[in-house]
Design a protein around this ligand. Structure first.
Ligand code: CO
Length: 475
């Protein structure tokens, strides 16, 4: 069997919505593992005779695995977004952006906010705002859902007037402020990054800084330290003439790779919103790993790609389904911004490439740390999709790997053991597609040894998703 082709199943539609009280488990789940992993991702890649063309574009589905008393249950349900409902009603990809141009990408979808209809297909990540569960995407529309039933409740209403047209699905949490932090990019009436926090239990965003920007950059994530918020502006920027967008010109033609600009780190001091900019050579990124302050420097670790092809080419379904291409992989890179002289130093962190990075977020985000988990490709057996989980010590480069033939793991999620002392005292959860059976299982690894503790098997495949969160207080 052609191994590269097997991963196609992970990019194919899942129709079934199920609730399974108790999954068969091979191995033994840790007795302390209690809580719920909630994930989302695309699950429908065609509507009628039309097909979505980009991994980010399929209609979103929620999945949850609940752990209690050594057992695990599973449920999944489509997000009942307007985009989903309209597709079901009409049998077509009905939103203006898709119907008029089925080749549209994430970026075009994002920027169709300038038109009356924009997609609320919140497919990227999960978080909680004001103690409510929401699914997130890169337009600032959060879709609230009931975590027990996975039913969609509706658009989450912020109780403020902060303007903006795009955002990240990677909000941070600041334990001192007891607030989530994120930003929205505003394209009209003028162009700004509006950086805000939203305190625990509140639905009201509070502006930290509103930063004018002539050419807003596409940013998928950002970083925070104890005192700073860092926006990493890769030179994939919107040289937007808003009138063109309103007239229906595809937005992608307005997003340009301008490597001569270099990459800019816009650093915002939390205390007073003061802004300072640092510059370095051009690179592209989706995900920051972590950032922290050390000895007069801001240290930023991220997964770097050399150029914009990761935005404009690599994650199209045609490429991901290719039997001849392997998925693009970024490398871990550390940037050090000197607060005294403004200089930026860059260094490679480890030889092992790594995407969908995960750390012990609760304990180490914004702090010095050693370990990152992620996905990449088996060196001798690369395939068209991630086929290996890795654990990398960022400074030594020491790496542990989990690989099983024709298995395709998703984003690892670290869950700390309740009595944890060491940074890796806990488990890694990952939804894995077994290409041999075309069904998925939830893999539980000992984070320290990277060996399998257990797997809980379900009867269908779970299409390749992006992100999720583990909520330990939820059972
Ligand atoms: Co992401």
């Amino acid at each position: 069997m052609d191994a590269a082709r097997i991963s196609h199943k992970g990019l194919s539609t899942l129709e079934q919505e199920v609730m399974l009280d108790q999954l068969p488990v091979r191995g033994t789940l840790p007795a302390w593992l209690t809580g719920t992993l909630v994930r989302n991702g695309p699950a429908q890649f065609e509507v009628g005779s039309q097909a979505y063309t980009h991994w980010f574009d399929g209609l979103g589905m929620l999945h949850k695995f609940t752990f209690r008393d050594g057992k695990v249950s599973y449920a999944n349900k489509f997000l009942k977004s307007k985009a989903y409902q309209k597709a079901r009603e009409t049998g077509r990809i009905s939103y203006t952006e898709f119907a008029t141009d089925p080749c549209r990408t994430l970026f075009e979808r994002v920027f169709t906010l300038f038109t009356p209809k924009f997609s609320d297909n919140a497919v990227v990540n999960i978080t909680r705002i004001a103690d409510r569960f929401v699914a997130l995407t890169e337009v600032p529309i959060a879709l609230e859902f009931d975590v027990e039933t996975l039913e969609t409740i509706g658009v989450f209403d912020y109780e403020d007037t902060i303007g903006g047209h795009t955002t990240t699905a990677h909000p941070h949490y600041d334990p001192v402020w007891r607030s989530a932090i994120n930003f929205v990019t505003q394209f009209s009436p003028d162009r700004r990054y509006n950086v805000y926090r939203i305190p625990n239990g509140s639905a009201q965003r509070r502006l930290i800084a509103s930063i004018p920007v002539s050419e807003p950059a596409y940013m998928h994530s950002f970083a925070i330290t104890e005192r700073y918020i860092i926006l990493t502006e890769c030179p994939f920027v919107a040289d937007v003439d808003v009138r063109n967008v309103i007239l229906g010109k595809p937005f992608i033609s307005n997003l340009k790779w301008k490597p001569e600009r270099g990459t800019r780190f816009t650093v915002i001091r939390k205390e007073d919103g003061a802004v300072r900019t640092f510059e370095t050579e051009a690179f592209a990124t989706f995900h920051h790993v972590n950032a922290f302050e050390h000895d007069g420097e801001i240290v930023i670790d991220l997964a770097a790609y050399p150029d914009a092809s990761v935005y404009t080419y690599d994650f199209y379904l045609e490429q991901l389904r290719s039997t001849t291409q392997t998925i693009a992989l970024p490398h871990l890179r550390r940037y050090r911004l000197c607060l005294h002289d403004g200089r930026v130093a860059a260094e490679a962190l480890a030889a092992e490439p790594l995407e969908l990075p995960c750390i012990d977020y609760g304990r180490y985000n914004g702090q010095p740390y050693q370990l990152v988990y992620g996905v990449n490709l088996h060196r001798a057996r690369p395939q068209s999709f991630y086929n290996q989980l890795v654990k990398v010590a960022v400074q030594t480069g020491d790496t542990l790997r989990w690989y099983e033939e024709d298995c395709f793991p998703g984003e690892p999620v670290f869950v700390r053991a309740p009595t944890a002392a060491a940074e890796d005292d806990g488990v890694i959860l990952s939804v894995v597609l077994d290409g041999k059976t075309n069904t998925s299982f939830l893999l539980v690894l000992d984070a320290a040894t990277f060996t399998e503790l257990a797997r809980a098997e379900i009867t269908h495949h779970i299409p390749f998703g992006f992100h999720g969160q583990f909520f330990g207080d939820m059972v």
